[in-house]
Design a protein around this ligand. Structure first.
Ligand SMILES: [Zn+2]
Ligand SMILES: [Zn+2]
Length: 291
């Protein structure tokens, strides 16, 4: 196995108490990188960021040596919605989120592509393309990419098949401002079997045929409580779910992924056995896998 580049591993962190607190939490958990919500992810509205908030955030990143900061957009956004009101609201909300990400000089803004509800897969994909094109035109991003995340495929959520992401990329055309955030739990739940060489190779070849070579820009490194193909999104601690440590070893040694910053979105708290912080524990497990 060729030696992997040095991994950049981190986690999603709460901004409770201020954006800079997320950076502190990341440092305390031994992260190299951090993901945040720049606002309450279950609300549409957000107070504008002040210069002081941006300053505190930027200095904390420098002080604690945390890199590759990204944000996850609100779960309310649905760019595939057939409901004109929700579609419009989603576009406006994502524009605001992207502008905030630009202000904070984030590298990426992760968004779930959307759910087609009572329309069709085809119509949903067309809506997403239309929305993303308008959003890029209006944001004119200088710094931050929009990262479409693969999903577990619950309900009518699009993006569970890599071909969906390929369709979005081809439709939007502008790949300079676009990327993919690849979630291991979602991929597994969607039916990509990371636990076997054959399943893994099939996924790799789908990625290579559907996406530009540098499309994947970030990884959500999560184990899955539910089985391969379950289409159910339940994150688990690394090695405690169904992906298996071999599955994670494949991901960590794959140049498609290991050049990207990787972020845990696993349950928070303290490990009952070791008494150690769960994020730190998961990061240590990942770090140990490549020896
Ligand atoms: Zn994720
Ligand atoms: Zn998830």
């Amino acid at each position: 196995m060729p030696k992997a580049p040095s991994l950049r591993l981190g986690a999603h962190m709460s901004i409770a108490g201020g954006l800079e607190k997320a950076v502190q939490r990341a440092r305390d958990a031994t992260c190299d990188v951090v993901q945040i919500f720049t606002k309450n992810n279950n609300q549409w509205a957000a107070k504008p960021l002040t210069d002081a908030m941006v300053q505190a955030w930027r200095s904390a990143l420098t002080e604690y040596a945390i890199g590759a900061p990204i944000a996850h957009a609100s779960y309310l956004i649905n760019l595939a919605s057939p409901n004109p009101e929700l579609f419009r609201k989603s576009i406006e909300a994502l524009i605001v989120e992207w502008q905030r990400a630009e202000q904070l000089q984030l590298e990426g803004l992760v968004v779930h592509p959307g759910a087609f509800t009572d329309s069709s897969e085809e119509e949903g994909l067309a809506k997403i393309v239309e929305a993303v094109r308008e959003i890029i035109d209006r944001v004119q991003p200088q710094h931050c990419r929009l990262l479409l995340e693969n999903t577990a495929g619950q309900g009518s959520c699009l993006g569970h098949a890599i071909v969906h992401l390929g369709t979005m990329f081809r439709g939007v055309g502008n790949t300079e401002n676009l990327g993919v955030c690849f979630d291991t739990c979602h991929a597994f739940a969607a039916g990509y079997d990371l636990t076997t060489d054959a399943g893994y190779a099939a996924m790799q070849s789908e990625i290579n045929s559907e996406l530009p070579s540098d499309a994947i820009r970030a990884v959500h490194i999560n184990d899955s409580k539910k089985g391969c193909g379950s289409r159910v999104d339940r994150h688990d601690h690394i090695g405690q779910g169904m992906i298996t440590l071999d599955g994670f070893r494949r991901v960590l040694s794959d140049p498609i992924f290991n050049v990207c910053p990787m972020y845990l979105e696993t349950p928070k708290g303290v490990d009952t056995e070791t008494g150690e912080d769960c994020d730190t524990n998961n990061l240590n497990t990942l770090r140990s896998l490549l020896g």
